[in-house]
Every structure is written in C-alpha cells, then in structure tokens.
Design a protein around this ligand. Sequence first.
Ligand code: R5P
Length: 310
Amino acid sequence: MKIFTGSSNPQLAAKIATYLNTRVGDSQLKHFSDGEIWFKYNENIRGCDVFLMQSTQPPAEHLMELLIMIDAAKRSSAKRITAVIPYFGYARQDRKDQPRVAITAKLVADLVDAAGADRVLTMDLHAAQIQGFFNIPFDHLYASAIFMEFFKSKEIPELCVVAPDIGAMKMARAYADTLGASLAVVDKRRPSQNISEVMNIIGDVKGFNILLVDDLIDTGGSLTQAAVAMKAAGAKDIYACCTHGLLSGDAVERIEKSPICEFVMTDTVPMRQGVKSEKIRILTASKLIGESIRRIYNEESISSLFINQK
Ligand code: R5P
C-alpha cells in the first residue's frame, strides 16, 4: 500500500498516513512558468495498491492535479489506483435544474474515470446518487459517524435536528433517529447561486435546542439564515455541523455573528490560513478515511463502519 497526496490537503493526508502507521509517499509537484502542473512519483509504485489523496475544492487546479496524479500512477504500472477525494467538488451541479446548464458532477466523474482511477473513496457527496455517475467501484463515507459520537456525548436535552434545506432532509433524519431527537426542515429558496432565502420552517422548533446539519457550507448563507429563522421561531441553543467547510468569502464572520453557539466541521477541506473562530470546532476525518483505506486494502467491509445510514 502506498499513499500519495496532492496539494489540496496534505495535512489530512499526513494524519491518515499516521493512522495507517505508514508515511506519505515521496512525490514532486512543480509548475511551469505559465502555471501548468507537472507531477512525478519519486519512488517505485509498480504493482502497488496506491491511494491518491486530493480534495477537489477550488481552485480547479486541485482537480487537475488529481487527474495528473492518476495518469502518472497508471503509466507507472500501479496495480490499483484509488482516488481518495475527501471533498468531491463540483457536485452541486448534479442535474439540469434549468435549461442550457452543465452537469459538472458527471463531468468530473468522467474525468476521474478516464484518467484511469480503479476506484473512488469519498465522503458525504452532495447527492448520494452521484455514485452512479461512475462506472468503477465507489465507497461513500458518512461524517455522521464522527458527528453523532460528538453530539451524543454532549447529551443536549430537547433536541430537534434541522435540515437547512430539503436536500439535507435524509441526512437530518438519520441524525434525529440516532440522537433520539425530533426533526424539522427549512423550506429554502435560492433566487441565484449564492443567495438563499428562508421561506418556511416545517416542524416544531419552539423551545427546542437545535442541531442544524448540512453536507457543506460555502458562503454560510443557508446555515446562518436558518439559524436566524430558528431563533425567531423560539428555539433555544443552536448547534450546527457540516462535513465540508469551504467557508468562502465572509462565511466565518457570518457564523461568528449568527445565533449559532457551536459549529462543528471536519477537516476534509483545510481552513484558510490565519482564519480563526471561537465558535468553529474541527473534528478530523482522518481516522474514518484511514480505516476505510485499510479495509479497502484488506478487502474488508466498509459498510459495517456505519450505523443508521440510509
Ligand atoms: C445546498 O444544497 C447545500 O447542501 C448547502 O446548504 C449549500 O450549498 C451551502 O451553501 P451556502 O453556504 O453558500 O449557503
């Protein structure tokens, strides 16, 4: 087994390697003067089971790096290439929701496939059915395994799990079932890409402590608006968790100013340097991903890692 990383999240790759009691393989990433990417494995990988770590958050160079790493591994006669993509970007465009638009999730799946990956390991896809865009084996992990343990230990009374939009409903239901909480959902509209509006709250939140759950936070608009709506509807303490904290623009400031008392996310996407927040807590996904890599390598079950996932 050999693990290599691109530049999108080397910190997470290092933690995963530590979990697996190994090291991140030696490779070289360089750029031509115009920015083109050049990549080389500095050690022999012929006949190896290689795991290439790369989250594909912007810029798109991260995706390009991954494709180049896969191609280089294929041409170096690796026995099996697993693209480990903790955060699978470009997944929000997963269908034609209006005329004359692209389905980027399918495009990226085709690119990873065409580059020569033999299998994919990722976590909390924006929509689980994106797995079907690939024609290779696909392992899908759930960060809820990390978050549920955390929130269970907090023993928050009168808890209501809230989905900030209909898309997060299934995930929210799984949390509610496991945490013995009630369930509510926000009816959100998106008049344009990064603008969201809360229309209604479906369910009872008055007098409850709230746990908002989502797969990703970009501008923080959906989450913080949902939190404001919860407070206005009479909710008590508001907690939130999300798998992929992209936290673009002034998302961190928004969270800071929101009624959310604690926001928990994983490290699938690294925090921008210098960004600090008292409210934000990061739980590492390295053990879950590392254990999954170990199981893939040993041909063991991955589904048995999860409880209550539908
Ligand atoms: C939407 O379907 C997603 O699950 C997130 O709620 C959304 O993409 C977050 O975006 P933002 O933080 O910009 O509102």
